[in-house]
Design a binder for this molecule. Structure first.
Ligand code: FAD
Length: 429
């Protein structure tokens, strides 16, 4: 078999590539039996769950107009209601500019630390790692009470052990005035940070998005339930698990980069397997939780920094749209990250219930209708020590071999759904 462009993976990135390649010669190879990757929804007993919270933050006019074309009026803008739950109280997100309501000693440490960082801390150290970034811009108290424990939970490693280049966009840097105001006045929802508003389909959960995109694609060009077993970049030949061989001119990779590297049969100057061996990723385990009553708090999602609670984040689909749960009922997701392949699911269940009770999302265990365990294998990329050097080598090799990396896992980075759509689009361009 021959094709001009071979796209590996039909998540949002691969789908966007296929959508934008319409009318050209291409094929998509997808391991599972459906499109959407981790941007899909499932239904059970009238509840709709996404693979944990998937809120669409749109910055670019291209993506906004594509979404409007695909979903029309069903793509609605929502003001986020996000909170941090720590020291037994809910404060508003972002933590750094909303400490009002915390114990006075905690507020004092956060504000004094921020003031000290503001006037004294060496900003040039921020580039060294994420810990130094937090100390340089947010100070000791905020780092101690939120940034370090929360990010250690989500990334499974201490912030000293990963890079900080992504922070300037994703981590809100408040002004001194905002920090002080947030410490002394009862909070109003402030529009600070990249995710103050988000979009969401009004019907069927986030899975509506890849489904609508797929409807507009040339479906006969998708090969499902199949994966590459080897990639010979010199011959531009991919062997598939169904025995087929595909010759290509250009290859767009959206499957996890560590897997892609291990499939290369000969990669010249690129030590592919050695680099793949260094790459680390956090797996995400989560529960789809259905409640017999609405959630006991109106928040959309909650950050849980304290170590005593196992999950790092909880969110509620039914608080976004009550039609995501049957009338009079509520729903939530509870997330935990880990590097081990498997976890003690029963322990995670018990710890999740303890947290739901502590937060008051449920009043008794009996409020739970069901809790289904799920796992996302590729969750959060951890920037290893040699990350930038390795990525430079990979980038140069890809340029020489007509390979384009796209998407959060194809590129091995931290990015969001909008980036997936843009990456897919740019890869075919
Ligand atoms: C827990 C979590 C929460 C998130 N929340 C948000 C959010 O709120 N807002 C936001 O914008 N973004 C969020 N994201 C990021 C967002 O999900 C991703 O950026 C986006 O969905 C990535 O799409 P993708 O197509 O690049 O990857 P994927 O969705 O992983 O798709 C890759 C596809 O490749 C297939 N595949 C894998 N291996 C192979 C193989 N060997 N051969 C063939 N096919 C293969 C998979 O089956 C899949 O279909 C979140 C991510 C996580 C993990």
């Amino acid at each position: 078999m021959k094709t001009n462009t071979l796209i590996l993976g039909a998540g949002l990135t691969g789908l966007s590539a296929a959508y934008h390649a319409k009318g050209t010669d291409f094929l998509v190879v997808e391991k599972s039996d459906r499109v959407g990757g981790i941007c899909t929804s499932e239904k059970k007993n009238g509840f709709i769950f996404d693979q944990t919270g998937h809120w669409f933050h749109v910055k670019t006019p291209e993506v906004r107009s594509l979404m409007t074309r695909l979903l029309g009026e069903n793509f609605v803008e929502i003001e986020r209601r996000t909170f941090v739950f720590s020291h037994g109280v809910f404060t508003q997100y972002p933590f750094q500019s909303n400490t009002f309501g915390l114990p006075p000693q905690v507020i004092k440490e956060c504000v004094l630390g921020f003031v000290k960082a503001y006037y004294e801390n060496d900003k040039s150290k921020a580039k060294e790692n994420f810990y130094e970034w937090c100390m340089a811009y947010l100070g000791e108290g905020i780092s101690k009470h939120f940034m370090i424990p929360y990010n250690t939970k989500i990334y499974t490693v201490h912030p000293k052990d990963y890079a900080s280049h992504w922070c300037d966009y994703y981590v809100p840097k408040p002004t001194l005035e905002q920090v002080i105001e947030g410490a002394v006045t009862a909070p109003e929802q402030k529009n600070i940070g990249y995710n103050a508003k988000f979009f969401y389909p009004s019907e069927n959960g986030i899975g509506e998005l890849p489904n609508k995109l797929f409807d507009q694609c040339e479906k006969e060009k998708f090969i499902f339930n199949t994966e590459p077993v080897s990639i010979d970049a010199a011959k531009k030949l991919v062997k598939l698990s169904n025995g087929t061989e595909i010759e290509y001119e250009k290859l767009i990779n959206t499957i996890p980069l560590n897997r892609f590297l291990r499939l290369l049969t000969a990669s010249d100057s690129l030590p592919a397997c050695e680099i793949a061996g260094r790459m680390k990723i956090a797996h995400v385990s989560y529960f789809n939780a259905a409640f017999k009553k609405p959630c006991g708090h109106k928040g959309h999602w909650f950050y849980i920094p304290e170590e005593k609670f196992m999950p790092y984040r909880v969110g509620s689909f039914s608080n976004i749209f009550n039609k995501l749960a049957p009338s009079g009922k509520g729903s939530a997701y509870i997330e935990f990250t880990h590097q081990e392949e498997t976890i003690d699911i029963e322990k995670f269940r018990q710890k999740s219930i303890e947290l739901l009770l502590a937060m008051g999302l449920i009043s008794t265990e009996n409020d739970i209708e069901f809790m289904d365990y799920r796992k996302i294998d590729a969750g959060y990329v951890i920037y290893h020590k040699e990350y930038f050097d390795d990525m430079e080598l990979i980038k140069n090799w890809c340029e020489k071999n007509s390979v384009k990396l796209a998407g959060r896992y194809g590129k091995w980075t931290y990015s969001a759904m909008e980036d997936a759509i843009l990456d897919g689009m740019n890869a075919v361009k």
